[in-house]
Design a protein around this ligand. Structure first.
Ligand SMILES: [Zn+2]
Length: 258
């Protein structure tokens, strides 16, 4: 009887190890997929901790205890979308962070000025929306700087979230590189506006950095999702804040003293 019990316990232990191995393999396979195909990360609505830990020098979320959320908008400013976003934010006294494409700032300086004058944070998103993966480093750095000079900002978000590891040290010295922990998927034509809304509502928490796009491509979904996100989180006691350089400095000093 004792022998049967011990055999059974060995069997269970082996079975458990097999299950753990399968789980672990799946995690490794997923990460290899991410490393091979950066678009995969674009479809993860919640950035996994393992990815955040791989690149601790990038900003993935803000460690706050209060119910604060950080909405971000990429690819503007464009007259068809950005002024509408500003009106929506204004209804909730919300501040956001706009990662502007330099070329759009050149074309629409009045909207850019309105962003700044309304108290929102503005960051750079390169001048021509270049992917770091497909661009030679010196050319990429020049394009980042050209965008940053126009936006007069020390915040930078790489288009598509794509950076080569060799680009990170140089850019980190000059900019706060802002990633995200929640991706709305508003750019994705394959998902519904309702799904996009659920992506945000189910994944955002205090300190989350959420990605939207003030672009024509995302316009239709954004008009459905943004007012509902503002209403939902406002109802649950959250407030919406810009990613100021003061805040990010505070975050760095908090991390150093931890
Ligand atoms: Zn972009």
């Amino acid at each position: 009887m004792t022998r049967i019990t011990s055999l059974r316990s060995i069997f269970y232990r082996l079975a458990q190890q097999l299950v753990d191995f399968c789980r672990y393999s799946r995690v490794i396979a997923a990460n290899l997929t991410i490393l091979r195909e950066p678009w995969f990360i674009m479809y993860l609505t919640k950035t996994p901790g393992v990815i955040q830990n791989l690149f601790p020098g990038l900003v993935w979320h803000i460690p706050v205890e209060e119910k604060k959320i950080f909405l971000t908008f990429d690819d503007g400013p464009v007259p068809e979308v950005t002024p509408w976003v500003l009106d929506q934010l204004s209804d909730y006294d919300a501040k956001g962070t706009f990662f502007c494409v330099g070329d759009n700032v050149s074309k629409h300086p009045i909207i850019h000025r309105r962003l700044v004058e309304s108290g929102h944070a503005v960051g750079s998103h390169t001048y021509n929306h270049l992917s770091g993966w497909g661009t030679e480093n010196i050319r990429y750095f020049h394009n980042v700087r050209r965008g940053a000079t126009l936006t007069k900002s020390g915040l930078f978000r790489p288009p598509y979230g794509r950076l080569k590891p060799s680009q990170i040290p140089f850019l980190s010295r000059h900019y706060n590189i802002i990633m995200w922990d929640v991706l709305s998927g508003d750019f994705d034509p394959k998902i519904s506006a309702q799904q996009c809304l659920e992506n945000v509502i189910q994944n955002a928490e205090a300190g989350s950095i959420i990605v939207f796009h003030d672009s024509i491509k995302a316009n239709e979904k954004l008009r459905y999702v943004l007012p509902r996100v503002l209403k939902h989180f406002n109802h649950h006691g959250f407030s919406f804040h810009a990613l100021t350089e003061d805040l990010l400095g505070e975050r760095d000093s908090m991390r150093k003293s931890a």
